[in-house]
Design a protein around this ligand. Structure first.
Ligand code: SF4
Length: 370
């Protein structure tokens, strides 16, 4: 029997400047606090030493991991290598903001073992980048990607934002055209959402954004264009070339184990879901004082249904049944969904189409009768 290996997530809660639409937990970078934080992370990670946990993906997310000096990220990665049994071919990803990296910086990360990088590019149009409050221009983003490639990163992902203020169908296609020309093999395409409590959460922005129908059309256009350019969709928002799915993110959707470190980092480990609260100071003093249990005993049927329907691999009806799902209800629903072109149903696998992904929440409620 092969054992599923764990993923490790490290949250770096610092950014050079907060983007107005973002509700990830991140604060302005303060260098002395950053050192204290890395010390806390290293000792927290070290507490797993001796548990013989095998790891095949490590992901540094944020925030902006690359707002820290490279040597601090390398210290954290060294701590992971020391505490866990890390596979030789482990996927080691770092999220990067294009304006925070140069050749020396990327070279240092690559030499230390980072082998995948995910850039928050968002758009190839500078007016859209400005509307998003981003600090980089598209030229800077392009240079960052090319530099990463020249330092030996073969797995490069870029984020693309759909539904930005000022975006048109033409400018979205232009962004996709420009991104696919770069030496990358993964694109995450997210629809802009207004998150509560962010500067974007105001009437002026709400009025300037597309309504849901236009947003949905833009999403379908992006899916079609990306597929046309060889980026195969494997999840609602994720596309890859050459089968290079994000191994780490697949763990979230396949219900594999992952252990998160840092404030706001979530874990699914030993059958439990837990996280560390959004409290940097508390985490620096004592990570365990900020630990919160989210769910001691998550409902496997609900989680499997919700997560498998995000993936193009779809929901396996045999497994759904094994978890106690109502198969006759599911099959009736599957034929309605297929008729409305929201899903396909072949050989016991229910897969949502891109149109189905747009209404996945209501499909999931109907599947589970909740
Ligand atoms: S750089 Fe990323 S994490 Fe930081 S504020 Fe902007 S979107 Fe959020």
């Amino acid at each position: 029997m092969t054992m599923n290996k764990s993923g490790i997530y490290i949250h770096i809660p610092f950014c050079l400047r907060k983007c107005p639409y973002c509700d990830f937990y991140s604060l302005s970078l303060n260098e002395s606090c950053a050192e204290d934080y890395v010390n806390a992370l290293v000792s927290h990670i070290g507490s797993y030493k001796g548990k013989s946990i095998s790891v095949d993906s490590v992901y540094f997310g944020g925030g902006t991991p690359t707002s820290l000096p490279a040597k601090l990220l390398v210290r954290v990665l060294d701590a992971v290598n020391d505490a866990f049994c890390v596979d030789d071919d482990c996927e080691i990803t770092v999220e990067a903001n294009p304006c925070t990296v140069d050749y020396e910086y990327l070279h240092e990360l690559r030499n230390a073992g980072f082998n995948r990088i995910s850039f928050g590019v968002q758009s190839a149009c500078d007016n859209e980048l400005e509307a998003l409050g981003r600090l980089h221009s598209f030229d800077e983003a392009k240079n960052a990607v090319l530099t990463a490639r020249s330092t030996g990163f073969e797995n490069i992902s870029c984020d693309l934002m759909i539904g930005v203020i000022g975006q048109t169908q033409d400018s979205l296609c232009k962004s996709i055209d420009e991104l696919v020309k770069l030496p990358i093999n993964h694109i995450s395409a997210y629809m802009l959402k207004i998150e509560e409590g962010t500067p974007y959460d105001c009437d002026a922005v709400r009025k300037a954004l597309f309504d849901d129908d236009v947003q949905a059309d833009m999403y379908l256009l992006a899916v079609a264009e990306l597929e046309r350019k060889g980026f195969v969709q494997y999840e609602i928002s994720n596309f890859c070339k050459g089968g290079k799915r994000s191994r780490h993110n697949m763990k979230y959707w396949k219900l594999d184990d992952y252990i998160g470190f840092g404030p706001s980092a979530h874990s699914f480990f030993g059958g439990k879901r837990f996280f560390y609260s959004r409290d940097l100071e508390g985490y620096i003093k004592d990570p365990l004082s900020t630990l919160e249990i989210e769910d001691e005993n998550p409902d496997k049927l609900i989680e499997y249904t919700m997560l498998s329907l995000r993936l193009c691999d779809g929901l396996d009806v045999g497994h759904f049944k094994k978890l106690g799902g109502d198969v006759s209800r599911l099959e009736k629903l599957a034929s309605d969904l297929c008729f409305s072109k929201l899903a396909t149903y072949n050989e016991g696998i229910l897969r949502l189409t891109p149109n189905g992904f747009l209404v996945s929440n209501s499909v999931i409620s109907r599947v589970l009768n909740i």
